[in-house]
Design a protein around this ligand. Structure first.
Ligand SMILES: NC(=O)c1ccc[n+]([C@@H]2O[C@H](COP(=O)([O-])OP(=O)(O)OC[C@H]3O[C@@H](n4cnc5c(N)ncnc54)[C@H](OP(=O)(O)O)[C@@H]3O)[C@@H](O)[C@H]2O)c1
Length: 428
């Protein structure tokens, strides 16, 4: 039996979905009893060249033709953005069509509303592709790991920043150069704000944390810092002390108190996340029963993302076959408090001082007075009269680092503090 799908968007992901649906149609029929056919596809520009072969009349620029088509029972949304994607999805749900979406922005910002309308309409919304491209993350957190209390999420969930930081590490390039290369190769968008300022990672963290910690998480709950201020010099010094720089997303649940953060951090070279390079993503999940798990793979791209989209379509077709698609799911959300991350971390501190005798001894005394011990010290002369000092501290709570920064700035002979970053522990 054929099942008609309506596809909203035929760009990078949409084309992958078209190609993979054709390639796997027989297998999907074997697995689910349904032979999938993409009946109509919504695009903006009907005359654009597409990298997939399409049937005459398959494309439309009129969303109503798809949303009002009674043959279509599943809408696959790969158009992106908030509007009109949100309105189209809500209309599809109200018309009792199931929805599969790759749209992380929409799910992070309007997930609760969309899930509510789906539940009221007795249909399903699946969004595995919204986080981590090909890597199964939503499914394991929603299904396989539900016997656990998940206490920690930690990972690299933005491929663009990971590509830029990998380039900076490998070639010594500065941020702007590495960003330009990422844009030229199609790994970064013309407007890279959402990626480099950490917002994309924060939105994905909102989705993951909501599911993992069974609560409602909003974007404002995440402390976000991007990678714009990461310099070639910090990348170089990180290397000298055996670390690499990565944009790390963390979520922790300590007895109902959540801390959610996206920020650049130093990763020791022998930490598994140090080897997640280029456009790859990885996520650590800690469950009280399962222990530590690491998910790793391609976080974006046409076919990797289509793999996740089609996986959701197949799951949906199975449920339709069993007559359970859209059955009310238990969505009891727990009340949890969001608190600032004050977990203890080692910290990397880079600052410049007057290059003269006795300065370092006074800095060492100040660290002693502040009861912050030093693990590693690098001292470099950067120009005549100026030296740069890099100190890696022993563990101190994040909320004490501001006091240390202020004390340093108050010292005569300290010219500027250039960078303060946490150093991830090898294991907690
Ligand atoms: N790219 C990835 O690797 C990746 C990975 C994971 C998740 N995602 C998510 O997947 C979604 C799609 O990403 P993408 O990279 O495939 O985007 P894309 O290449 O820009 O494709 C967007 C498609 O949607 C169509 N479209 C956009 N706005 C429209 C409108 N108002 N009316 C009609 N059609 C419209 C475009 O039509 P035209 O072709 O006519 O312009 C295009 O075909 C986004 O939510 C993104 O966050 C992407």
């Amino acid at each position: 039996m054929n099942v008609a799908l309506g596809l909203l968007g035929c760009g990078t992901v949409g084309e992958g979905v078209v190609a993979l649906t054709v390639r796997r149609a027989d297998k999907i029929k074997d697995l689910t009893g349904f032979y999938p056919v993409i009946e109509q596809i919504l695009v903006r520009d009907l005359h654009k060249t597409r990298n997939v072969s399409l049937k005459p009349g398959q494309l439309t620029a009129n969303a109503s033709e798809i949303l009002e088509n009674p043959n279509i029972s599943i809408i696959v949304e790969t158009m992106g953005g908030i509007e009109p994607a949100r309105s189209y999805i809500l209309e599809a749900l109200r018309r009792k069509k199931h929805v599969v979406t790759a749209n992380k922005d929409l799910i992070a910002l309007h997930g609760p509303e969309i899930l509510q309308v789906a539940e009221e309409s007795g249909v399903e919304v699946l969004f595995e592709a919204a986080v981590g491209g090909a890597i199964p993350l939503v499914g394991p957190l929603k299904e396989n790991l539900t016997a656990n209390e998940v206490t920690d999420l930690k990972g690299i969930i933005n491929g663009t920043t990971n590509f830029i930081l990998t380039k900076m590490t490998e070639s010594g390039a500065d941020f702007d150069e590495a960003l330009a290369e990422a844009q030229a190769l199609g790994f970064a968008e013309a407007d890279p704000t959402s990626d480099v300022d950490g917002l994309d990672a924060a939105r994905k963290l909102v989705i993951l944390a909501s599911i993992a910690f069974h609560t409602k998480v909003e974007l404002g709950d995440v402390q976000v810092e991007g990678i714009r201020r990461v310099t070639a010099r910090d990348v170089q010094y990180a290397k000298e002390i055996g670390c690499v720089l990565k944009l790390i997303a963390t979520g922790s649940d300590r007895a109902g108190k959540l801390s959610l953060r996206v920020r650049p951090a130093l990763i020791p070279g022998n930490h598994p996340l140090a080897h997640v390079s280029g456009s790859y993503n990885a996520l650590f999940v800690r469950g009280d029963a399962a222990g530590d798990l690491m998910f790793f793979g391609r976080g974006a791209g046409s076919m990797p993302t289509a793999s996740a989209v089609l996986g959701d379509v197949i799951a949906l077709l199975r449920n339709i076959g069993l007559g359970v698609a859209g059955s009310p799911a238990s969505r009891i959300l727990l009340e949890k408090q969001v608190v600032p991350d004050d977990l203890p971390y080692r910290h990397y501190v880079r600052f410049s001082v007057d290059d003269m005798p006795g300065v370092f001894a006074r800095i060492a005394n100040m660290f002693g007075d502040a009861q912050v011990s030093m693990e590693t010290v690098l001292q470099k002369r950067v120009s005549h009269g100026e030296a740069e000092i890099v100190i890696v501290t022993h563990e101190i709570p994040s909320n004490r680092i501001d006091g240390l920064r202020d004390a340093l700035l108050r010292m005569t002979n300290v010219r500027a503090i250039h960078c303060v970053m946490p150093v991830e522990p090898l294991s907690d």
